[in-house]
Structures are given as structure tokens and as C-alpha cells.
Design a binder for this molecule. Structure first.
Ligand code: MG
Ligand code: MG
Length: 278
């Protein structure tokens, strides 16, 4: 079989648990700070401080031309929004935060969550929460599929099936998930939608980030004048959820979740196995 990605040992996955937990801590610190009146640059500072305090550093800052610790994408912005002191959260906004951390010894984590800013119009907030729930649900459907998948395209098929079962949504195809390890972005590409190409075999040692990007309207997007921010072309709201997941001989472990994904995978009958206990 052709080597289509760098296989990680269980010992290396244990190092990646640390990267994942730092990333999760940064996102949870931001979650606690989400309220009307906060700027996305303040959220960026919270993530940076959390990562550094835990002995890591930002891997987003290692991306050429990017100078922040998070991407913060509000309402019709889907991904890659640049933090700014002039972007102030409003009641009812839907905001996705993408964040990553690298350990001192060079292992990477990458994760994204979507939040609804408290307050504002109740009907709008409810619709935005549903969009976030559908997107998060599709991520967990993809992770659950990974646990038993033989080929990688089973993940994207499960993500898309979940979203299609919830209603009419746009599923981005221009941006995809990826392998992760010594670098934040590695092979193989991970499609968050159904593809005919079966993709690489799923074998122990595969570590990937799955990251569905979903809109409440069309999947068409464009990049703003800042050369980074990806917005929905029809102005519809967007959500983005992401986790980094390791596949080993005994099962899977969600590296960017403290419980390895146990709570969210329980409905699928999947019990994640901690590589630190192997
Ligand atoms: Mg990410
Ligand atoms: Mg990613």
C-alpha cells in the first residue's frame, strides 16, 4: 500500500493528547468570555494567554502571513476571520472560533467551536443555535464513522448524511480537514462531504482533523478584501466545528476533548480508548 500519510506511534499520540488539551483549554476559556461588547482581539488574547500558560505556543502564528492565535468568524463569515479590536460581539451573533496549539516538543492540536452570543432576538438566536447543533452533530457523526471506517471517505459521507437529514444547508467543499502531527496541516486531506474517491485506508497511526463548515443557505463563498476571511456569498449564517482525532490499535481518541469524545460518542455506541492507558 502506498504511504498516503505519516503514521504516528501510540507514544506520539500521547504527546498529541497534550497538544489537544491545550487547544481545548484555549477554546473553553474563550467560551467563558463570550458576551456582547467583547472584541475578537480580546478573545485572541485570552487564547494566547491560555496556550502560553500551559507551556505551548500558537501554531496559527506559524502559518505564513497570519499573526493571530485564533480565527474568529461572525455570522456570514464561515472561517478564517481575523481578530480585530473593532470587531465587537453583538447580542445574538453566531461566532465560530478556530484555534490550535503546538507543544514545546512540536506536536499539534487543532479544533473549532461555534457559540451564540447571549441575548438578542430569540428567533434568530434559536435558528443560529440549530445551525451550530447540526454542524456539531455532523462532526460527531464523522468521528463515529472514523471509528469503524475502512476508507477515509466514509467520514465525509457520514458528515454529509447527518446534515442532509436535518434540512437544507450549504456544505462547504473548498475547504477541507487534514492530517495533523508535527505540522498542523498534513496529508491526507479529509473531505467533510461525500466523495466518490475512497481516499486512504484508515489504519492505526492515522491522526486527522475533521472540520465541517456549514451555512444556513448556499455553500458558495468568497474571500474578503483582507485576503483571509471566507464569507457566504448569499449572506447566510455559518457554523464551523472541528476536532483532532487519533486512530490506534485499540480504537479512537478525540485529542481535543478532555473525555476523548466519550460523552458525544456514547449515542453511537462508541467508547473511545485513551492512548495514555495503552
Ligand atoms: Mg482549525
Ligand atoms: Mg483544521
Amino acid at each position: 500500500m502506498r504511504q498516503e500519510y505519516t503514521v504516528k506511534t501510540t507514544a506520539q499520540m500521547v504527546r498529541m493528547v497534550e497538544a489537544g488539551l491545550i487547544t481545548e483549554a484555549a477554546l473553553l476559556a474563550i467560551k467563558a468570555a463570550i458576551r456582547p461588547g467583547v472584541s475578537t482581539l480580546e478573545l485572541d488574547a485570552i487564547a494566547e494567554a491560555t496556550i502560553v500558560k500551559m507551556g505551548g505556543h500558537s501554531n496559527f502564528k506559524l502559518v505564513p502571513g497570519y499573526f493571530h492565535t485564533i480565527c474568529a468568524s461572525i455570522n456570514d463569515e464561515v472561517v478564517h476571520g481575523i481578530p480585530s479590536k473593532t470587531r465587537i460581539l453583538q447580542a445574538g451573533d453566531i461566532i465560530s472560533i478556530d484555534c490550535g496549539a503546538e507543544t514545546a516538543d512540536g506536536w499539534n492540536g487543532d479544533s473549532a467551536m461555534t457559540f451564540i452570543v447571549p441575548g438578542g432576538d430569540e428567533t434568530v438566536a434559536k435558528a443560529r443555535q440549530t445551525l451550530s447543533d447540526v454542524t456539531e452533530g455532523s462532526l460527531w457523526a464523522g468521528i463515529a464513522a472514523l471509528a469503524t471506517a475502512k476508507r477515509l471517505n466514509e467520514v465525509g459521507a457520514a458528515v454529509e448524511k447527518h446534515i442532509r437529514g436535518q434540512g437544507r444547508y450549504g456544505i462547504l467543499q473548498e475547504y477541507v480537514g487534514h492530517g495533523i502531527g508535527r505540522s498542523m496541516h498534513e496529508d491526507p486531506p479529509v473531505f467533510n462531504y461525500k466523495t466518490k474517491v475512497s481516499g486512504p485506508h484508515v489504519v492505526p497511526g492515522l491522526v486527522i482533523a475533521i472540520e465541517p463548515m456549514v451555512t444556513a443557505g448556499s455553500a458558495r463563498t468568497h474571500v474578503l478584501d483582507d485576503d483571509w476571511t471566507v464569507s457566504s456569498s448569499d449572506g447566510s449564517d455559518a457554523s464551523h466545528w472541528e476536532h483532532s482525532i487519533a486512530v490506534h490499535e485499540k480504537g479512537i481518541w478525540v485529542l481535543t476533548a478532555s473525555d476523548g469524545g466519550a460523552a458525544k460518542l456514547a449515542p453511537f455506541g462508541i467508547v473511545p480508548v485513551d492512548p495514555r492507558n495503552i
